[in-house]
Design a protein around this ligand. Structure first.
Ligand code: BGC
Length: 748
């Protein structure tokens, strides 16, 4: 029976795929089409509206389920010729697969009826950690956790599944990945980044873009990626979202540009612009960044979309334009192709006026419309807008959930494990803390809703930490909440139960949030949770902290008396299971921090610090003294490094150095290790970093097994941006090192 079912599914899938590919024959002539389009139609193509404004009900009022309002849709298409729609409706939540199909089909049919040239509507969505706006889709750990796996194959696979499940929803464009570097831990979107390091983030970027787009973005299983947010969004001086950022041109190129350059090299089709201001200039109006840098220098050929309402924000927030009309002129002339308007049509009307009165040349519109139509063509939208369920038998499948579980398992980072407190065996354990019994706190923002706090849409049967623990070892587990995120609750009950157990697991967390709602004033752990830990620590029993956070919250007051610390980032729907398996040793932890974990609220250190960062006037202490280092993460086994060799100690332009090291699993269980190669430029014209990552490999070793790992280092791998803003590798000595093994090389 099962075989029959599989065969039938396979057959249906093949037939559907054939229908899809037979129809994929569009040889539409874009230049010809543009010549036939009116100014109004071109301005419409450059407009992106929110789904909410074409749905029944008021703008930004929860719609559930979302239903298209044909009158509003008629206005959008017949009057404004809109080219793109996004999201689920401001204020609303996730949509079922059948409802997505209905929405996309209705849009298409209405568009075919009403639009003169029948240019398909391009739908875009924030599928940030899986197709998070489609009910029952597979959700993955947030980007920061993905980076902590240091496993690019898994990250690529997660992006393939995200693309598959997003297309299954009828949506061919994903506003992901976030390529901003996570170098400001206060920032509310820290969890959306691949962490603080350029090399690691570039590796993840490559995996994400390839996974999402593949070789043929027009495939019914692929989507166009959107690298965001260009450029310099992630390090606001105040730590608060969309507040001013100051980055020198040199640092911009050293730290913040490379991920975008990587994505462009990998063929990323679209880019979203940084909503904020950089060095006093809002990026949406910055010709130097949007045209000279992005297009002329980096060679980006795709579509540049604004962030939410950002053209209007040139007037309302940034005060660089006196009127919306002036703002539209500034943004379009700076290089914007599409405006995420998204709640009215003023942009569209103003753009038409500006062209008609000669302020913006029509040829400028042609340039953007050409990019937009090319994207639609390459996505296959002129041929096919139907995505039958039969094409997607793996949507939300067990197999896909397993990939999410693997990612979560490989991300979870064991930061401390005094006296082998973990793994647990048959001890009696108290589980408490606000993170213990919530799926939302495992997932974070961008989960079924923008802020991710609405539990109504959660996928059924996913296990919270306590549910997963009880499923695994019911008889050994007792539970008491002890504290919500910010106030102690049943603390007496919690203390009483703690007295009868051998070990205590405290699940710490913060409220899911993103963007401005996620702003905080400092990185301290919410006081109630600190107090919960402190009270339980008075019992002198082994304390295990399990931490799911948007960003590293300071634990200096509780760290010493905690015996084990399991940092889980935002591990998502399979996080409860993955954490349980780590706690009980069914999985050997292998995650490594993709950022420097600060010890104090004022420490904004990075691992690639300068020597001057290490100075201190407090005794002889090192000024750089984080709670946990970038790249750190313990295992239940031990690894020994030996035979560190380099092939040659001189490096010329056309040479390479082979760096070898043997890694041995010297413990008693199988384990994964991330072998990390760093270098240090001993003397340079720009103060060199004490340490820079230039290679890593994740390997799996059985107990007693050894493996030789080889890295190839080229001269260009040791480069930096000099004062003249050129990428150079200067002559001189460099140290190459893996753990404590070091060798000097001389670069000519
Ligand atoms: C965010 C973007 C997101 C967009 C669309 C904005 O507020 O900054 O990252 O893609 O909304 O939802």
């Amino acid at each position: 029976m099962n075989r029959l079912k599989t065969l039938t599914t396979l057959l249906l899938c093949t037939i559907a795929l054939q229908v899809f590919s037979q129809k994929k024959k569009s040889d539409i002539d874009i230049d010809k089409l543009i010549k036939q389009m009116s100014i109004e139609e071109k301005a419409g193509q450059m407009t992106q509206i929110d789904l909410g404004i074409v749905c029944v009900g008021d703008i930004c009022v929860l719609k559930n389920p979302q239903t298209l309002d044909i009158n509003k849709l008629t206005t959008a298409i017949a009057k404004y010729h809109i080219g793109s729609i996004l999201n689920v409706g401001c204020g609303s939540g996730t949509i079922s697969l059948p409802n997505w199909q209905k929405i996309i089909e209705t849009l298409d049919q209405t568009n075919k009826k009403l639009s003169a040239h029948q240019v398909p509507i391009l739908y875009g969505i924030d599928a940030i950690h899986g197709a998070n706006y489609t009910m029952g889709a597979t959700l993955f750990p947030q980007e920061i956790g993905q980076a902590a796996t240091w496993n690019t194959s898994l990250v690529k696979r997660a992006n393939e599944i995200t693309a598959y499940e997003t297309r299954a929803s009828g949506i061919p464009w994903n506003f992901s990945p976030v390529l901003d570097l996570g170098r400001q831990p206060l920032w509310s979107r820290f969890f959306e980044t691949y962490g603080e390091d350029v090399y690691l983030a570039k590796s993840m970027t490559k995996a994400a873009i390839n996974g999402m787009q593949g070789n043929d973005v027009g495939s019914p299983y692929k989507v166009a990626a959107c690298m965001k947010h260009f450029l310099g969004y992630s390090v606001p001086l105040s730590g608060k979202d969309r507040t001013p950022v100051w980055i020198s041109d040199r640092e911009l190129r050293e730290y913040f540009l490379p991920t975008f350059q990587t994505a462009i090299n990998e063929g990323a089709r679209t880019v979203m612009i940084n909503s904020g201001e950089l060095n006093g200039s809002p990026v949406h109006a910055n010709y130097d960044i949007l045209t000279k840098l992005l297009r002329d220098e980096l060679g980006f050929k795709g579509v540049a979309v604004t962030d939410w309402e950002d053209i209007y924000k040139l007037v309302n927030t940034h005060h660089v334009a006196a009127t919306k009309k002036e703002a539209v002129r500034m943004a379009i002339m700076a290089g914007i192709d599409m405006s995420m308007t998204p709640n009215d049509y003023e942009f569209t009307e103003l753009l038409v006026q500006l062209v008609k009165e000669g302020t913006i040349p029509e040829s400028r519109l042609d340039l953007s419309v050409k990019r937009i139509l090319q994207l639609k063509k390459d996505l296959g939208l002129f041929d096919q807008m139907k995505y039958p369920s039969t094409l997607y038998p793996q949507f939300g499948s067990k197999e896909n959930a397993e990939v999410s579980y693997q990612l979560a398992s490989e991300s979870i980072t064991l930061l401390k494990n005094k006296n082998n407190t973990l793994p647990l065996q048959n001890e009696k354990v108290l589980v408490c803390g606000p993170g213990a019994n919530s799926i939302n706190y495992l997932n974070g923002a961008w989960t079924h809703t923008w802020q991710g706090v609405d539990a109504r849409y959660n996928t059924p049967n996913k296990l919270t930490i306590i549910q997963a623990l009880e499923k695994y070892k019911k008889d050994n587990i007792v539970y008491a909440e002890g504290s919500t995120i910010d106030s102690l609750t049943n603390i007496e009950e919690c203390m009483a139960k703690a007295k009868s157990v051998d070990k205590i697991i405290i699940c710490l967390t913060e409220l899911p949030s993103a963007e401005i709602p996620g702003n905080i004033d400092d990185l301290s752990l919410p006081l109630a949770q600190e107090n919960l830990v402190k009270q339980l620590q008075t019992l002198n029993k082994p304390i295990i902290l399990v931490m799911c956070f948007n960003r590293p919250r300071i634990i200096k007051n509780i760290i010493d008396k905690s015996d084990a610390i399991v940092y889980a980032y935002l591990p998502s729907d399979e996080g409860g299971r993955a954490i349980t398996d780590i706690l009980y040793g069914n999985t050997n932890p292998s995650g490594k921090l993709p950022f420097t974990y600060p010890a104090n609220v004022n420490d904004f250190d990075h691992y690639d610090r300068k020597a001057a960062d290490e100075q201190s006037n407090v005794g002889t202490a090192n000024g750089y003294n984080p709670a946990f280092e970038f790249g750190q993460g313990l295992s239940y086994t031990t690894f020994e490094y030996s035979n560190f060799t380099i092939s040659n100690s001189k490096l010329n332009d056309f040479d390479s150095v082979f760096v070898k090291v043997t890694v041995k699993n010297t413990g008693t269980r199988t384990g994964k290790e991330v072998v990390q190669l760093y270098y240090k430029d001993l003397v340079a014209s720009i103060t060199p970093s004490s340490k820079k990552l230039t290679g890593f490999q994740k390997i799996n070793l059985a107990a007693g097994q050894s493996q030789e790992v080889t890295f190839v280092v080229l001269k260009s791998d040791l480069s930096f941006i000099n004062k003249e803003l050129n990428r150079v590798t200067e002559k001189g000595e460099f140290e190459l090192f893996i753990q404590n093994n070091k060798q000097l090389i001389y670069v000519n």
